[in-house]
Design a protein around this ligand. Sequence first.
Ligand code: UGA
Length: 448
Amino acid sequence: MGLKNKLSLENKKNFNICVIGAGHVGLVVSAGLAKLGHRVVCVDNNRKKIALLKRLSLIFFEPGLESLVREGVKRGRLYFSYNLAEAIKNSEVIFIAVGTPPKEDGSVDLTSIENVCRVIAQNLNSYKVIIEKSTVPVHTGEKVKETISRYKKKNVTFDVVSNPEFLREGKAVYDFFNPSRIVLGVESQRAEKILRAIYKSLKTTILVSDINTAELIKHACNSFLATKLSFINAISRICDLAGADVERVAEGMGLDPRIGRDFLRAGVGFGGFCLPKDIDAFIHISKKLGYDFSLLKEVKKINQEQKSYFVEKIKEYLWVLKDKRIAVFGLSFKPGTDDMRFSPSIDIIESLVKEKALLFLYDPQAIGEAKKVFSGLATKKIKFFKEPYSAVKECDCLCILTEWEEFSRLNFKKIKFLMRYPLIADGRNFLDKEKLERLGFKYIGIGR
Ligand code: UGA
């Protein structure tokens, strides 16, 4: 029986897969794997979330995901459940995509990973491949293995794989089907073969390594991206001081293929639930291993300063901010998402509220999330708008904090007419500076 099962699993094309966690990564991976032909059950302990998903309702915005989920469900390949034990028993392959939030000290809270490992162990009724999809610090794979071995009841074998996810929010569906690479941290040929079969139809480079290396690749990538951003943001400060244009500097740098053009857009800093927490986690795990990653501490500091620098720039024009009417467009941490986690808009808006400015907020998708985030602030000072033109009425300044494409198509003639003072603070260097100046706006960018 053991041998038969072994052979058949390794030679299968489509697998019974359980994805634990219906968050951004878990849901995209579930729907993506279903589209690749696998039978996927996506499990979450949040019953409300699962009930909504069963009704095909997503709790966050991600372009293209809703139709992908709908298709998977319609074809009978994608299911949702909160019965983890049952889902584990019925699966050959288990992806762990639960949250790994930051703790106060910057380290990663791995409680959810530990919890699901114990449930996996208790329900390990046959050989299974257990895959770390969540971003985790190096050596987590060892703990996963130890935990499952400790709590498993039956004499069955299992393999642990690290298969970090590199998808970007807002482009997650595209990234799933067009990955720049697939990293497989494996310890057995059997697990490698199964993983290769799962991803067979995705044409890309597959990099195979040990588990520690794969875990480290993920933290190294996000830390490098953050470093690139803080580097160009530091250059933007020098450009402001020297009277140069950071956009042209980035272009000139990016033309060198060793540097590349991506991730060189200066702005109010990076946010989101990945880069900020991952650099903290990497600083922390490096220290634990005996290395002081001071470079990343500086990356973090530059990112923090970029937000206060932006507020200072506005103050240079408006002088005293008390009772000044400021419209803020773009609240999510980047376009294409309603995700407000660690969004630069949070610190900037909090600073403006502290200065007693009156704020008029607009975002194409994130107003609902923003209302939750800012509920603790002096609400009389903040108003939310469903459309941009009402938000700018009688304002002294319009801040752009996220480069939503629709902002470039706004009727700026109308906006100029509606505003009390035509000042635009473009925190993403996204708008056409010359055009706005021709229309009579005073334009503030970052390093240009
Ligand atoms: C990031 C990585 O890009 C993904 O590869 C990774 O899979 C993901 O984290 C993760 O670990 O799950 P994401 O957080 O979705 O993806 O966002 P990014 O597109 O990387 O943007 C991060 C921040 O950098 C945003 O606030 C964005 O506005 C900012 N950014 C990005 C810039 O300020 N300038 C740029 O040139 C690019």
